[in-house]
Design a protein around this ligand. Sequence first.
Ligand code: RIB
Ligand code: CA
Length: 330
Amino acid sequence: MKKRVILDVDTGSDDAVAIMYAILSGEFDVKGIMVSFGNQALGYTLLNTLKIRELLKSEVKIYKGAAGPLVADLMPGFKENTKVISLEGGRDGREIAIHEKIFELPDPRKREEPVSAVPWLIKTLTEAEEPVTLIPVGPLTNLALALKAEPRIGEKIEEIVCMGGGVFVNNITPCAEINFYNDPEAAKIVLHSELPIRLITLDATHNSWFGYEEVEKMKKIGNPAADFAAYLLKNRIDAANALGVRQVKKSALHDVLAVAAVSHPEVITRMEAQDCDIDVGTGYARGGLFVDRRPSAEKGRLVQIAYEADKEMLCGLLLEALGKYPGEGL
Ligand code: RIB
Ligand code: CA
């Protein structure tokens, strides 16, 4: 039976590839896609999500969610830290971005649903006959709001498989990964919900990099979805190197690992159940995920934390899914 899932995205280059896998693989009954701010402002992340749905010729419903974090913008001195931080810049008079503001794809013919993401999520879970797996791969704002407004939805959540945090690897600050940093209070609410959670951290996603070799494999498939995935991956690698984010000729497609971990849990090759928390202070470590590795660590509220992944398997799953594109092209 197909896994019932709801995605929560901030599309974003790797979110786009995650949506492609979720829709094309045939592994999922996707109940809906919620969108929040994150990689870009909400208007852009929503538009990009609509464009990807169109590209995939999918009928999945899309719901507009949070335009900003729960409280971070209200904290003195923190506006700067919580405005959209996308990895972008310029070189030789050309704009470069890991997450382009607007995907170069045709304008969508269909818009998002008239109801917004949080009330939709509450209603959908409340009425669900079977539990649903949530796959948030952006800031956790929508989910935190829903859990606060109606905690009983927890009874219908099979599991939360979330791309977020890093234990030994971080990106936006020395201590924090960007999804958690974009709304640390929301991440804390979700982590403290006592629901079953698998965290697909940067440690695991950086352990399953894709390079130019994978770009070529995607191109060889030869359909519009695979071509666009190849374009996004190539752009990620080129941009990261040009911006000096890293000097390796590869890029992690973080969000697709979270979706693949739901259809194929064995793609995560090292997972540990650990006590952890998020820093919501206003200092250097804000938004950081911290794991208690002391032998005396609490064994009560444990979260499954992914550290390593099988890159070959992830790549194989993604290529296979891209090969299932249903049409003749745009
Ligand atoms: O840190 C990786 C995460 O932040 C991914 O979800 C990606 O989309 C980025 O914004
Ligand atoms: Ca994302």
